[in-house]
Design a binder for this molecule. Sequence first.
Ligand code: NCD
Ligand code: ZN
Length: 343
Amino acid sequence: MKTITLTRPDDWHIHVRNGAVLKTVLPHTARQFARAIIMPNLKPPVTTVAQALVYREEILQAIPDGMDFTPLMTLYLTAATSTEEIKKAAECSFVHAVKLYPAGATTNSDAGVGNIPAIYPLLAALERYGLPLLVHGEVTDEGCDIFDRERVFIERHLSDIAKNFPALRIVLEHVTTSEAVQFVESANTNIAATITPQHLLFNRNALLAGGIRPHHYCLPILKREQHRLALVAAATSGNPKFFLGTDSAPHLTALKETACGCAGCFSAPAALELYAEAFEKVGALDKLEGFASFYGADFYRLPRNSGSVTLAKSEWQIPAVCGEDDVAITPLKAGETLSWKLL
Ligand code: NCD
Ligand code: ZN
């Protein structure tokens, strides 16, 4: 059987929620990844170090016995965040970044930032204390077409942030456009990006052509094929600015298959295998280890993992649903057959 072995990978952007959903989804990630950057968009959001430590404990409790997994915590930036809290976060070994959600951009982002220039003192504090800023890069104004929101965010906000804070480490999360790829490529080495499996595998036809597919709906939304091709080229280029972040974002099936469905793809049950498919399609499996296991750790200034995982060329079916009845969650590509399997 054909196999590939990689240094244990990490997921540099994931939503694991809390309560019963956390217990359902976390084992999938802990099985595949050594560490993950945990998004703070709970209800209410994780805005302080004290809250992050409580959330971390809840995550640790949800790790199945015998699995070795480390959650890397983040804080949710708001207009009310203080520079003292940022200093505290930088001094806390469990907190690894701060997340900027433009208010209203995505799931649980109501408490996000409305006026970005107004939080420049906080960005200055992040730069000073060496804590990375993670950015959901989309504008939120009704007047901006949803397919343009990432490009416009870069033009209107991110370029200025990068100019004003050249030493600030920034991850432009879940990039979806060729413009984002170009921005990151041409920026200084403090600016990197994560890429999700769905944006490598699908364009917007997978969401809208031949029927509307709510499980392919996430934010930023899937774009045209030309953008997908730019993302695949970036992910498989060996450029250390691009690394793995699934953005696995579980929502109950009932909240996705409805008149106004939630944004988010639950990719955790087959995350690494989905990336392997995307890399194999362009003959770039040799580039998977850097993307999945090295570049993110290097960017976050954490040691690379020891140990390894092996993927085998072996068909298996993604389950139709994960979780018990009241926490039923439909995975990305539910019921479909994948050709790589994590052993
Ligand atoms: C995420 C979620 O559900 O929390 N949804 C998504 O579509 N990606 C939020 C986010 O990362 O935008
Ligand atoms: Zn996300």
